[in-house]
Design a binder for this molecule. Sequence first.
Ligand code: COA
Length: 196
Amino acid sequence: MTHFPLPQEVMLRTALRNGREVAIRQVRPEDKQLFIDGHAELSPEDRYLRFFQHMPSLDDKLLKQLTELDHVEREAVGALDISKSNPKPIGVARYVAKQSNSDTAEFALTVASDYQGEGLGKLLLKVLADRAVANGFKYLSGLVLPQNTKMSKMLSKYEGVTKELIDKNLEFTIPLPLTGRVRGFSQRTGTVGTAA
Ligand SMILES: CC(C)(COP(=O)(O)OP(=O)(O)OC[C@H]1O[C@@H](n2cnc3c(N)ncnc32)[C@H](O)[C@@H]1OP(=O)(O)O)[C@@H](O)C(=O)NCCC(=O)NCCS
């Protein structure tokens, strides 16, 4: 149990498989430095898998896009490791409406390289999907590089998912609300909404 003050407006607090305590909350404009710090800790390969190009740093325009959201057509949730006195950014999931009035939101997901494989990716996607449902979306779609086996494996497990090849990349479309055979899904993510 952490003794440090919790970040404000926590949507979900839980422990990862490795026992680290995390808090998930909506992203806000003042989070730009957290994004810079989180990006700096990502491996070059993970940055490429997320942005589809070499991305040594995030410029001001992109930082604005990532943090200045209307929370309906553009939403993002971020995870902080709260086991430390200075909460550390360890993952983020975001969506943007495909077009105005579309029932589909395009999502992207990143987990800090040192925190992968602990269930955080699934957790973030579930919290984001719940926000998309609350905002009236019926599908989440995500573009994935063909070499990104982790992400492809993860997304293939959701019920009703479809996959299409677009310009050599894979576009996954998942119906909402999320359901699926992802290990630990119901236990871990069924508690979303019981914000601590
Ligand atoms: C893809 C990514 C988000 C997954 O996050 P994560 O926290 O590692 O994922 P989880 O621990 O929640 O695992 C989710 C599923 O991913 C798959 N997975 C995770 N680690 C894996 C590995 N080493 N090998 C193969 N599949 C793996 C599994 O299907 C797993 O489900 P399971 O636990 O039921 O077996 C993360 O690896 C990442 O940020 N990668 C770099 C950025 C990126 O690729 N973003 C996606 C493009 S938008």
